[in-house]
Every structure is written in structure tokens, then in C-alpha cells.
Design a protein around this ligand. Structure first.
Ligand SMILES: Nc1ncnc2c1ncn2[C@@H]1O[C@H](COP(=O)(O)OP(=O)(O)O)[C@@H](O)[C@H]1O
Ligand SMILES: [Mg+2]
Length: 275
């Protein structure tokens, strides 16, 4: 039976949808069966990241009881499936979002991993996504404004007793003015499991309607998403990059903190360098 992982942050623009797509793609590339669910009910855009403009059946229909969740599944060109969201422009009707958990429960028999993208506001939408998740990954950026939202997300998850696997720090420039990984861990009390740099490759992939991890080019962001995917399923990640070998040769092979966290949190996760 598979598991559902909610991708959360109570703030817009930090990279929830980007992370959902990149991780989903990286997990599919590892041969896992993966489903992405757009639980950003009032502003769904997960399908748009993949060029699906008008889904035939959406999560909206599922929550209204008009369709079965399996019937709402659409295949993508990237080895994973998706249940898209849809705005109802004709009349304002709010389905019971809290039914999400019950509606997608049986899909765990069909998929290894279900990634749930979520909304940026702390309301019943985010709560529905949280409660439908077996565990959570919280996305943050390294600034005070976002960190206050991240703290809030951590607090609510703890109140609701939904386990947090860890944090993803996204859009990192590597500048001194940014909050450090250590500061973020100290303030939130949650381990950081991935540090994704701010990379032009990410919005470029969005413009080209494909997951960033689908490209052959192994940029830092892509590698970090791939490592996180390997960690989530307890597998090893083969680092084939020449730059890694070079660094290991010339510099001390001190591991970054997020790598240590991944290795500590999932003992079966390993990094292998190819010779
Ligand atoms: N690591 C990154 N580097 C550069 N741009 C990024 C990165 N992550 C996300 N973005 C860009 O930020 C914008 C918002 O990302 P998105 O995933 O839609 O955020 P959210 O779902 O949290 O609202 C998008 O244009 C996306 O391409
Ligand atoms: Mg989003």
C-alpha cells in the first residue's frame, strides 16, 4: 500500500507546486507509481504546470460525488498520473474539502506515492490537504516573512498530529542575508531535508510545461529533488556528476547538513558516487 505526502506551506509562491511536480517526476524516474493531486482547491494550477488546460474530470467532480477518484486520474507524458483541480466558474459551490482523505484513500492501493499539492492559506483547504496526508513536507524560503508562515504550518501540523518528515528550503541564492539552514532548523525544530537553489532552469521548465527533473541536465536543483525522491523511498542515489568527483578529490568531502539529515532519517538512503 502506498502513502500520501502533503506538500505544504501557508504562503504562495514558495514552490509547492514546483516541488510536487519535480518530486513526482523524480519518483517516477525511479520506477515508482506516482499520483499528483491538486488540492489547491480555489486556485488549482498543478495541471497547468504540465500543459493540461481542461481536465475532463477533476477533483471538484470527485468531491461533489459526481465521479470516482480513479475516474478523475489522467496520465501525463512524464511517467506519473495526476488528478487535476478545476475552478467552477458557473456557480459558487464549495464542496466538502474534508472529504478529500476518504475520496483518495483507495488510490493508495494503486500508487506507491501520492503527492498532494496544497493551497497557500490556512483554512479548510489546507487542513483538508493536511488531513489527507500520511506525512508532510513543508516548503519554505530562507527569509523571515516566509519562516513565520512556516512556523505556523509546523504548529498546525503538530496540533493535528500529522507527522512532518522535514522541510525543503527552496529558492536559495546562497547569500549571507538569507536565513541559514541551521537558523531555520533551530527556529522550527524540524530537520531540513533538501536545499533547492534558485535556478533559472525551474521557471524555464514551467514555461515549457514539463517537470524540471525531466531534463537530462543535472543542475543542483534537479539533483536535490532527485536525492529527496530517493530518500523518501529509502533508496540510494547515484551521483554521476563529474563536479562531485572533482570536489571530493580537491576538497574535504564534508557532507552538507541536509544530506546528513537524509541519511540519519532514512538509514536505507545512501549516496553512491560512480567511478
Ligand atoms: N528553485 C526555484 N528557482 C527558481 N524559481 C523557482 C524555484 N521554485 C519555484 N520557482 C518559481 O516560483 C514561482 C512560484 O512557484 P510555485 O511552485 O507555483 O509556488 P507555490 O505553489 O508555492 O505558490 C514559479 O514561477 C516557479 O517557477
Ligand atoms: Mg501552487
Amino acid at each position: 500500500m502506498g502513502e500520501s505526502i502533503g506538500i505544504l506551506s501557508i504562503k504562495g509562491g514558495v514552490g509547492k507546486t514546483t516541488t510536487t511536480v519535480a518530486l513526482g517526476s523524480a519518483l517516477a524516474q525511479r520506477g515508482k507509481s506516482v499520483l499528483l493531486v491538486d488540492a489547491n482547491f480555489s486556485a488549482p494550477n498543478l495541471a497547468l504546470h504540465l500543459g493540461i488546460v481542461q481536465p475532463e474530470i477533476s477533483l471538484y467532480d470527485v468531491l461533489q460525488g459526481k465521479a470516482n477518484a480513479l475516474g478523475a486520474v489522467e496520465e501525463t507524458d512524464y511517467g506519473f498520473d495526476i488528478i487535476a483541480g478545476r475552478l467552477n466558474m458557473k456557480k459558487v459551490f464549495y464542496p466538502d474539502y474534508m472529504k478529500l482523505k476518504e475520496k483518495i484513500q483507495h488510490l493508495k492501493y494503486h500508487y506507491d506515492v501520492i503527492l498532494i499539492d496544497s493551497s497557500p492559506t490556512l483554512d479548510h483547504e489546507t487542513l483538508a490537504a493536511m488531513m489527507a496526508s500520511d506525512k508532510l513536507l513543508i516548503v519554505t524560503t530562507p527569509d523571515h516573512a516566509t519562516l513565520s508562515c512556516t512556523l505556523h504550518a509546523v504548529k498546525v501540523a503538530k496540533q493535528k498530529k500529522v507527522p512532518i518528515v522535514g522541510l525543503i528550503i527552496n529558492k536559495v541564492y546562497g547569500k549571507k542575508f538569507e536565513l541559514s539552514l541551521e537558523q531555520i532548523e533551530k527556529i522550527t525544530g524540524v530537520p531540513v531535508l533538501a536545499v533547492v537553489p534558485h535556478e533559472i532552469n525551474i521557471p524555464k521548465a514551467l514555461a515549457e510545461l514539463r517537470p524540471s527533473t525531466f531534463e537530462a541536465e543535472e543542475t543542483e536543483a534537479v539533483v536535490e529533488y532527485k536525492k529527496l525522491a530517493a530518500f523518501l523511498v529509502g533508496e540510494s542515489y547515484k551521483d554521476k556528476r563529474f563536479s562531485t568527483k572533482l570536489k571530493a578529490f580537491f576538497f574535504s568531502s564534508k557532507l552538507p547538513k541536509q544530506e546528513i539529515n537524509r541519511q540519519l532519517k532514512n538509514k536505507s538512503y545512501k549516496i553512491e558516487t560512480e567511478n
